[in-house]
Design a protein around this ligand. Structure first.
Ligand SMILES: Cc1ncc(C[n+]2csc(CCOP(=O)(O)OP(=O)(O)O)c2C)c(N)n1
Length: 341
């Protein structure tokens, strides 16, 4: 049965698990998600001004997957992302100023203004790369995991991919190879049910993604992508398995993007998806459901959230000011890093 009407499960039944975690850790997860949400909303608010010279793919609604997954990774572990990069980059510890510079095409960008939003990278925190080519990073990440195995390195590689990426042949080849070689890699599929404006049921009516992935011969699980703790626990298990030589894991995490495929605002009115569908998912917003959960446990209140949001907003404004004050690349820069004769 394919779950087109899946809307997340929230935190029902999770209360008893709270004792397993330090309050500081639980609050950090919330702060990290709120930070991504606030930064994304500010990017969206300013996008119309056209100072950002990059296409963008907002992750509003998909914060729990990045934050939950990265909480199970160390700095040395590698993370590869798709075109929907912002949450991955920030959760992995990427520098906000360098990200905004990149989006404004300024030389202080994390890849020196050459990449834009879809090619964020910061080796110092293990953010290994991202690509606008759907599924393009999946074989690259698989190769990185193969290299780590050959060199007896202890880090794990994780690669984020969308549901549409699973339709690319390169992903089938990568999964087969990873299972064959028992590579230390986690394939993290954020299933947001759309490829631009094509719904999943018109593209893959015959299968469930995590079951398809299991057929390559690796553990494959379905995890609620609106529940940051569920994501964290699934990633922890997958990372531990990879580090112990147990090979690859595939995680499918249903999520929902609240905004258009690309750019600012929601494009649901064009008719490709029901506004009611988005509204149903917004009821299980990963930031709000987790906030309500922590609040009911007495770990946070509205005032503490307000203070947190204020600090994040101040950081965001400072980073935008920094980006806008940063220099553009010069003509002399044009051929730096160009290797062709
Ligand atoms: C190889 C390739 N084919 C098509 C495209 C055009 N394209 C850009 S994003 C996208 C949809 C990607 O959907 P998914 O992988 O599910 O990620 P999402 O955007 O939903 O996060 C497509 C088809 C592309 N960039 N690369």
């Amino acid at each position: 049965m394919i779950r087109y009407d899946y809307h997340g499960t929230g935190f029902a039944g999770w209360q008893e698990k709270l004792n397993h975690y330090e309050p500081a850790f639980l609050l950090k997860l919330f702060r990290d998600m709120l930070r991504i949400r606030i930064i994304e909303e500010e990017i969206e608010r300013r996008y119309w001004q056209d100072h950002m010279k990059s296409p963008i793919h907002l992750v509003i609604g998909q914060e729990a997957t990045s934050v939950g997954a990265c909480a199970a990774l160390t700095r040395a572990d590698l993370l590869y992302a798709s075109h929907r990069t912002h949450g991955n980059y920030l959760a992995k510890g990427g520098d906000l100023k360098a990200m905004l510079c990149e989006m404004h095409c300024r030389i202080n960008g994390c890849v020196g203004s050459r990449g834009g939003s879809m090619h964020l990278m910061d080796k110092s925190v293990g953010m290994a790369g991202s690509s606008a080519i759907v599924a393009g990073v999946v074989p690259i990440a698989t190769g990185a995991a193969f290299a780590a195995q050959m060199q007896d390195e202890s880090y794990v590689t994780t690669v984020f991919l969308g549901d549409a990426a699973t339709e690319e042949g390169a992903v089938s080849e990568a999964l087969n190879f990873a299972a064959l070689k028992q590579l230390p890699i986690v394939y993290f599929c954020e299933n947001n049910f759309y490829s631009v404006q094509s719904p999943l049921h018109t593209r893959q009516p015959q299968r469930e993604i995590y079951k398809w992935a299991a057929s390559y011969g690796m553990p494959s699980v379905l995890v609620d992508g609106t529940n940051v703790l569920a994501v964290y626990e699934a990633m922890q298990a997958a990372v531990a398995r990879a580090k112990q030589g147990g090979g690859p894991t595939f995680i499918e995490s249903p999520v929902y993007r609240f905004r258009a495929h690309g750019g600012a605002g929601d494009d649901s009115k064009t008719g490709y998806r029901d506004i009611a569908e988005r509204e149903a998912w917004q009821k299980v917003c990963p930031v709000e459901t987790y906030f309500a959960f922590l609040k009911s446990a007495g770990l946070i209140d509205e005032q503490a959230r307000k203070v947190m949001a204020g600090e994040i907003m101040a950081e965001t404004m400072e980073a935008f000011d920094f980006a806008l004050a940063s220099p553009n690349p010069t003509e002399a820069d044009l051929y730096t890093h160009v290797y062709a004769d």
